[in-house]
Structures are given as structure tokens and as C-alpha cells.
Design a protein around this ligand. Structure first.
Ligand SMILES: Nc1ncnc2c1ncn2[C@@H]1O[C@H](COP(=O)(O)OP(=O)(O)OP(=O)(O)O)[C@@H](O)[C@H]1O
Ligand SMILES: [Zn+2]
Length: 632
């Protein structure tokens, strides 16, 4: 590029100063050969895989110009093409690597405590299980769990959340985050390329390669457009007998700006989203997210915090004590013991709640075997006892009798809007538990915001009973509730919404909502930092546990779609404008190439604007104190 540019300029100088024509043309010929060889080689490589490239158009035009003695045109066209390609590649690389800056956030040195002495190691030298020391103001070099100490940790590198989260013993922390205060000892869980930060960046790079539907369409278009242009140029020559005109047509019709129009926006949009803690899995999902008209929410863990508490414990008459327990244990405690035994192998949030309802030092027996019924409950075997816990509807078919007293107790708990789980031992109902879960503090405002940005329909899908679902729906302002759904019924509900309203997103925890998440046009998982499965299975993964990020993701997706449309418009208008100019005999080859290359750069720069996009995000966050409380 530099040699061709220098030779071309030399030719211009020679021409201007009235040098011999031989010298002037010789310099331009030399420039055209230097810049053109590279273009011709690329055109040839593409032809070998039977693809008509833009380079082919330029090569034909440049060679043709040399044949008719237009050395200046040939030199200018080839040089401008190479220069434009270079600038485009540079800006594209800059856009792609913007995220890599995040990696630079991980420190280059980590302090590790081994056998009571402090060692300074490179992050990848840390071994899983090492104790890593983090001083106030220090950055974490590994993913891990806090062993001692507590600190306010700025996780913005991962979640995009500017407000630090208060973390204490047992909480997970991530490489690239900063401890604002406090001395921490952290047990290393993932190091080097296995950290959440490193994996996010890797995932984003893959996502940026995944083609959007618009991009595929444009590539198909270009594959017949290029040969069509050659035929058109030949036709133009046949009619006008004007070689220069035919060659100019080849140059100005280059689809360069069109081909880059979509990928540049997708790369920038996905990169921008990732910096806000929103992982979008590819151009396809970005486009789909921009078209969302309805959103379905799972209840537990999505609209609520997913940390239910046991509020009501209602043992029924005649509840036995666990075989190993002394007889004086109160019936309430007996019920909790049976429930904890049944839940001992379960991952369900209600199971965790039962565990928390018992004293921290309680160690009960664990089930020998258990079987979960998704959306129903869990059935466990311990020695000769069979214990079952689950929704009353599910358990009703598995117990011998459901007494009037039990029915009255059930209605009572449901009236308060609590989620009920019933417990049976060896086929007899022994008691009922009532649970309540706190709403996410940002839920109501986040849903309101989604309505404001034009999402037509917000729906709650839950396995829970109608009464408790309705209570939560009222409080956060969702008017459509589908309750008592089994996982496959959630899937059918999504299909119905898609038929009635159009493109639908589903927000869920991915535990028992996997089929519905997969069926929705976009599956969104929240609060996934550190959970591999959720990151992998969702179309959009939100690092932070924040419903407000959904509107932000949709806003960014729409901004990207708009940006793509602008780019396609710029590309097409340029080609048509140039075509009119050529037909009016105003535009010639070098000038045409110049304007064409400018249009490519305009498209690239327009795409890059997305990197700085600030989606109109309302801070509907709860006051800081409440948020800190939530994070602990
Ligand atoms: N392990 C369990 N322990 C106790 N109850 C359970 C268990 N699994 C399911 N249930 C009962 O089945 C109902 C539906 O369970 P499911 O897991 O489908 O819903 P969820 O995920 O808790 O709620 P949502 O669908 O709103 O997220 C629960 O409300 C509860 O009554
Ligand atoms: Zn759920």
C-alpha cells in the first residue's frame, strides 16, 4: 500500500510538473501493478472456490483501464481499494478487541498463601484450592469462594453493575472484580482461561462470528449480484462501445459497503452488550431480541428472589416422629424433619427453604433413594420409610386420605398467598408447609419499563398454585397469570403466546424451565455469573441478577437492528447515486472508487457508534441500602 501510494504520488508530481509522459505513466503503471497484484491474487483465490468476489470486479476494472491506457485510473482504483480495505480491517479489529480490554482488568500477579507463607504468582500458576489473598483496593485474579473476611466488591467487569455488592464468607467472587475495602482470603475455584471473565470473552468472540439472518441474506445476494454486474458491464459495452463506461460500472457497483453493513453492527452491538453484563449468543439472537413482542416470566427465582422462607408449619394429628428421634419432639419439628429428609437430595428452592427453617446444627438422615417429579414434588426412600413432599395437587393422588381438617388448613394457607407443599409418610398425609418468597425489589419498575418500550404482553408462567401466583402478579403489575403448570405445559403456553402475539421471550432459571426456554424465540437466563450451564443454554445470559437488564438488552438489540438498516440504506444509496452519476457521465473510475470506499468507512464508523450506545435505561433500582441487603 505504501509503495503503491508513493509511486502513484510520484506519477501525480511528474504529471503536474510536466515530466515526460513515459515517466508519469510508468510510475502509475508500477503503482497499479503493486497494489493490483494483491487484489488479483485474492480474486483468483476466490474464483478457485467458485466465488465471484468484489476483488474480481476491481481486478477486471484495473486491468481493463491499463489496456485502454488509463494508467492513472488503474493506479487510483487499486490504491484506494487497498487503502480502504486496510482502514476497514483496522477499525473492525479495534471493535472486536474492545472487550479484550476487560481481560486486561485481571491482575498480572496474585498473592497466594501456601503453608503460611505468601507467594506472588502469575494468575495461571495458581492451583485450584489455593488460598488467594486480596487486599483492600486489590483486583481478583481468580474465581473463588470467600474463606474469610468481607468486602464491597465492584463486579462491573462481569455484570455491568456499577454498584458494588457486599460479599462475605461463602459468597462467590470473580476474577477481574475489585475489592473496595476489607481483607479477603479466597479459595481459588477457577484460574486462567477457566475464569468466568475469560469464558465470557471467549463466548462473545464466538457470538460475534455467528451470522445474523440479514447477513446470510446479504451474502446470498452478493453471490449473484457480482456476476450480474459483470454481465451488466458487458451489456453496457455492447450498447455504447464505451470501454471506460463499462469499467466504471464495475467499480461503482462493488457491494463492499453492503457486505460489511450487518457484521459491523452485530459485532459492535454484541460487544457493547457484553460490557453491560449482557451476553448475547450471536447475531441471530440479537435480531430476534429486537423483534420481541411478548415476554413470559417464570415466577420462582425470576420475579421473586428464589430464596423462599417457611412461614407456616401445620402438622396434622398423629404425625409420627422420625424413628431415631425422641418422642418429646414437637409435632411442628417432626414435620420439618420429615420434609428435610425428603428434600435431602433436592436442588429445589423449597428444599433449601426447609433446610434453613431448621437449626443450623441439625443433621438429619439423608434419603437412600429419591425420585423427582418436575412440577410436582419429590419422593424419597429412607430405610423402610417412604417420604413424599410436593404440591397438594400432586400429592393428593398419592395418599390414602385427604381429611377435611387438611383441606381446611390448605385453604387457610393459600388464602394468605403462600406456596404450599404437602408432606406424606408411607402414603399418609402428615402436614402442610407454607412458603413465601420476597419479590425482587426492581421487579415492578422493570416490568413497567418493558411496557413503556412497547412489549405488548407480559405473562407469568408458574408451577405454583393460582392463589400465591396471583398475589405476586398483583404486587408487580402482571395481569396475565398461568398457574399450576407442569414443565411441558409451560412450553405449550409459550407456543400459544407465540401464535397469538408473535415473537416471545422467556425469562427463567433454567432448572425446570428448560423446555420453555428452548421453545421461546429468545431464552433469557438471569444472574448467571459463575454458572456454566445457564450461560451455555440461554440465548441471552444476564450476568447480574437484575430484571432491568432485560429492557436494556431489548433496547440494544433494537438499536443494532436500526443500525443495520441505516448501513444497508447508506450502501444502497451510494451505489444508486454513483450509478446515476455514471449514466450522467459525471463520475469516472477513480472518483467512483473513492466515493465507494468512503461509503464503506461511513458504514463501519456508523456501526462502531453502537459501542458507545447508552440505552435509555431508567435507574429503577432500589435504594442502595436495599440492594446491598439483597446481595448478602
Ligand atoms: N422439591 C420440592 N419440594 C416441595 N415442593 C415441590 C418440590 N418440587 C415441586 N414442588 C411443588 O410443585 C410446585 C411446582 O413446582 P415447580 O418446580 O414447577 O415450580 P417452581 O419452579 O417452584 O415455580 P415457578 O414455576 O414459578 O418457577 C411447587 O409450588 C411446589 O408446591
Ligand atoms: Zn421455576
Amino acid at each position: 500500500m505504501l509503495v503503491a501510494g508513493a509511486a502513484g504520488l510520484g506519477g501525480v508530481a511528474s504529471n503536474f510538473l510536466g515530466g515526460p509522459t513515459g515517466l508519469t505513466d510508468g510510475l502509475w503503471l508500477f503503482a497499479a501493478l503493486v497494489a493490483g497484484t494483491e487484489i488479483a491474487l485474492r480474486a483468483f483465490a476466490a474464483l478457485r472456490v467458485r466465488s465471484f468476489s468484489i476483488e474480481l470486479l476491481v481486478t477486471i476494472a484495473a486491468v481493463g483501464a491499463l489496456f485502454i491506457g488509463e494508467y492513472w485510473e488503474s493506479a487510483a482504483v487499486t490504491f484506494l481499494f487497498v487503502l480502504g480495505g486496510y482502514l476497514e480491517a483496522r477499525t473492525l479489529a479495534r471493535t472486536r478487541s474492545a472487550l479484550k480490554e476487560l481481560l486486561a482488568l485481571a491482575p498480572t500477579e496474585v498473592t497466594v498463601l501456601r503453608d503460611g507463607t505468601e507467594l506472588t504468582l502469575a494468575p495461571h500458576e495458581v492451583i485450584k484450592g489455593d488460598t488467594v489473598v486480596v487486599r483492600p483496593g486489590g483486583r481478583l485474579g481468580v474465581d473463588g469462594v470467600i474463606l474469610s473476611g468481607q468486602a464491597a466488591i465492584d463486579e462491573s467487569a462481569i455484570t455491568g453493575e456499577p454498584i458494588p455488592a457486599q460479599k462475605q464468607v461463602g459468597d462467590s467472587v470473580f476474577a477481574g472484580t475489585v475489592s473496595h475495602d476489607g481483607y479477603l482470603e479466597v479459595r481459588a475455584e477457577s484460574v486462567g482461561i477457566d475464569t468466568t471473565l475469560a469464558r465470557i470473552i471467549q463466548r462473545v468472540e464466538q457470538a460475534q462470528e455467528a451470522k445474523a439472518p440479514t447477513q446470510r441474506m446479504i451474502e446470498r445476494f452478493a453471490s449473484w449480484y457480482t456476476p450480474a454486474i459483470i454481465i451488466m458491464a458487458v451489456g453496457a459495452y455492447a450498447v455504447t462501445r464505451d470501454v471506460a463506461l463499462a469499467l466504471t460500472l464495475l467499480v461503482i457497483a462493488c457491494p463492499g459497503a453492503l457486505v460489511i453493513s450487518t457484521p459491523i453492527s452485530v459485532i459492535a452491538g454484541i460487544g457493547r452488550a457484553a460490557r453491560g453484563g449482557i451476553l448475547i449468543k450471536g447475531g441471530e439472537h440479537l435480531e430476534a431480541a429486537g423483534r420481541i413482542r411478548a415476554i413470559a416470566f417464570d415466577k420462582t427465582g425470576t420475579l421473586t428472589e428464589g430464596r423462599p422462607e417457611v412461614l407456616t408449619v401445620t402438622p396434622l394429628a398423629g404425625i409420627p416422629a422420625l424413628p431415631a428421634m425422641p418422642d418429646e419432639v414437637m409435632p411442628r419439628t417432626r414435620l420439618l424433619h420429615w420434609a428435610a429428609l425428603a428434600e435431602s437430595g433436592s436442588e429445589h428452592p423449597l428444599g433449601r427453604a426447609v433446610e434453613r427453617a431448621l437449626p443450623a446444627d441439625y443433621v438429619g438422615p439423608r434419603a437412600d433413594q429419591f425420585e423427582t417429579a418436575p412440577g410436582g414434588g419429590i419422593s424419597a426412600q429412607w430405610q423402610s420409610e417412604r417420604v413424599e413432599i410436593g404440591s397438594p395437587d400432586w400429592l393428593e393422588t398419592r395418599v390414602s386420605e385427604w381429611s377435611d381438617a387438611a383441606r381446611a388448613a390448605l385453604d387457610e394457607i393459600r388464602k394468605r398467598g403462600e406456596t404450599v407443599a404437602a408432606v406424606a409418610v408411607n402414603g399418609s398425609l402428615v402436614g402442610l408447609l407454607g412458603f413465601a418468597d420476597r419479590l425482587r425489589p426492581e421487579a415492578a419498575a422493570a416490568l413497567q419499563h418493558l411496557r413503556e418500550i412497547g412489549v405488548k404482553r407480559l405473562v407469568m408462567l408458574t408451577g405454583d398454585h393460582e392463589a400465591s401466583a396471583q398475589r405476586i402478579a398483583r404486587e408487580i403489575g402482571i395481569d396475565e397469570v398461568h398457574a399450576s403448570l407442569l414443565p411441558e405445559q409451560k412450553l405449550q403456553a409459550i407456543q400459544a403466546i407465540q401464535r397469538e402475539t408473535g415473537p416471545t421471550a422467556m425469562v427463567g432459571d433454567g432448572i425446570n424451565d428448560a423446555p420453555a426456554l428452548a421453545t421461546a424465540d429468545i431464552g433469557i437466563a438471569m444472574g448467571v455469573a459463575g454458572t456454566d450451564v445457564a450461560i451455555e443454554s440461554a440465548d441471552i445470559a444476564l450476568m447480574a441478577d437484575d430484571l432491568g437488564k432485560i429492557a436494556e438488552a431489548i433496547g440494544l438489540a433494537r438499536a443494532t437492528l436500526n443500525n443495520i438498516r441505516q448501513n444497508v440504506a447508506i450502501a444502497l444509496l451510494t451505489v444508486f447515486g454513483l450509478l446515476a452519476g455514471v449514466l450522467a457521465n459525471e463520475v469516472h473510475m477513480a472518483g467512483g472508487m473513492f466515493i465507494h470506499q468512503v461509503s464503506v468507512l461511513v458504514v463501519v464508523l456508523n456501526g462502531m457508534r453502537l459501542m458507545r450506545a447508552r440505552p435509555a435505561r431508567k435507574r429503577h433500582a432500589a435504594p442502595a441500602t436495599q440492594r446491598l441487603a439483597r446481595a448478602t
